[in-house]
Write a protein that binds this ligand. Structure first.
Ligand code: AMP
Ligand code: MG
Length: 394
């Protein structure tokens, strides 16, 4: 049986990111740049006033005649000569001849219209020189950058409206099990609501993937075959249920029949031991356990990193840190165990508190979890303050 780290390495080795382009807008946030983005122009494109006031020659003394007015959006028509200045506003180009701006608060207009400057003038004051922010041809955002809202602004500033990015993987979510009914219905005898499908779709979306629903399939070969076949048209397929070793666990057989090469079927972990990973061409197939906590945890440990790698992230995760336990914990495990937990700030810094957990079927313990505490396979007691590995969720 594979260890978690080896299974993850196996998955990540088979993720092939695809490059794409997307239009610039608020929805560009979260994409990863697939190529360097360069400045197309110097910014600012001219020496620019940083204040409302007067553009002056700093070496001049005495009162100055105003030769013109330059608002943002217009260009100077005159040269500022000896004994002259130009009325100027924030963002407007500095006229030739001038080398500094005096704020209007530091100047007074005389009765004859001339301007008197109070105090000394430093050359270059309140002038943002051409190219100070960026030069044409300079890389402003390298490939691999995750686009934030500020990044959207920067791309807009350099006119990059057709943004080179990595493709956000399309992901089919297919829940299997003859006991499943739609979550909008009241289950009849022996039936349960299909919890996993909306949950896994929410996880896919939060990982930057694009979820698509496939109608759930029962535990019968023809129905399952049809459903899996249609799911295989996307870059990633997530199945839940039917991957274990029971008589009705038909997923491995159907995948093999449809030409999916199965790389592993079990991982040494709890919850989630039955975890299948296969590929057909570049399509990745995950068979997650049916129990919702197992499905959730396996998604976080294997599928989220795969989706992040496909979307171009250099650090696919899962993000793991070491934190002291906020409470003593006793555990008897035959496999490494991932327990829902909550991060807390204590006087000493961050700590992690395992949440009360009723075992694998207990989805409620995950409701407020923002981490998973990793406890090794052992019969052991851990004192409060013991540092433990912690997987950060989301
Ligand atoms: P399986 O992996 O198919 O053996 O299912 C394990 C357990 O998870 C069983 O109790 C199933 O009823 C339950 N289960 C399977 N699929 C789902 C689902 N989509 N939503 C909620 N529970 C499920
Ligand atoms: Mg089942």
């Amino acid at each position: 049986m594979l260890e978690v780290a080896d299974a993850l390495a196996e998955v990540l080795a088979r993720c092939r990111p695809i490059t794409d382009r997307t239009g610039l807008g608020f929805g560009t946030t979260g994409y990863v740049l697939a190529a360097d983005v360069l400045a197309d122009l110097d910014s600012p494109a001219w020496d620019k006033s940083l204040r409302d006031g007067y553009a002056v020659r700093s070496a001049d003394a005495g009162d100055r005649r105003v030769v013109e007015q330059i608002a943002a959006g217009s260009v100077p028509a005159k040269v500022v000569g000896d004994g002259e200045c130009a009325r100027i506003f924030t963002g407007a180009p500095i006229p030739d001849g001038a080398d500094a701006v005096v704020m209007q608060e530091d100047a007074g207009v005389l009765a004859d219209g001339r301007v008197r400057i109070n105090g000394p003038i430093r050359p270059g004051q309140w002038v943002f020189p051409r190219g100070a922010e960026m030069r044409a041809g300079e890389v402003v955002a390298p490939a691999g950058t995750v686009i934030t809202p500020a990044g959207v602004g920067l791309l807009a500033a350099v006119g990059c409206i057709d943004v080179p990015v990595f493709y956000r993987p399309w992901v089919s979510v297919l829940a299997t099990g003859s006991e499943l009914v739609d979550c909008g219905l009241t289950p009849g005898p022996g039936q349960i609501r299909n919890t996993n499908e909306p949950m896994l779709e929410a996880q896919v979306a939060s990982a930057g993937g694009v979820p698509t629903t496939v109608i759930p399939a029962g535990d019968d070969l023809p129905g399952l075959r049809r459903a899996v076949e249609s799911a295989l048209s996307t870059q990633v397929v997530i199945l839940s249920g039917g991957v274990s070793v029971g008589d009705y666990d038909l997923v491995p057989q159907v995948l093999a029949e449809l030409g999916v090469e199965i790389h592993f079927r079990q991982v040494r972990m709890k919850p989630g031991k039955p975890l299948l990973f296969g590929t057909k061409g570049d399509t990745l197939v995950f068979g997650l356990p049916g129990n919702p906590v197992g499905a959730f945890v396996c998604f976080e440990l294997f599928v989220r990193p795969a989706l992040r790698k496909l979307a171009g992230h250099a650090d696919p995760g899962p993000r793991t840190v070491r934190l002291p336990l906020a409470v003593a914990v006793a555990e008897v495990n035959d496999r490494p165990t991932y327990r829902p937990a909550k991060l807390e700030v204590a006087d000493v810094g961050w700590e992690v508190r395992p949440l009360p957990w009723g075992g694998a079927p207990d989805l409620r313990s995950l409701l407020t979890a923002d981490a998973l505490v990793v406890l090794p396979a052992a019969d052991a007691r851990y004192d409060r303050g013991t540092p433990v590995p912690v997987v950060l969720l989301g």
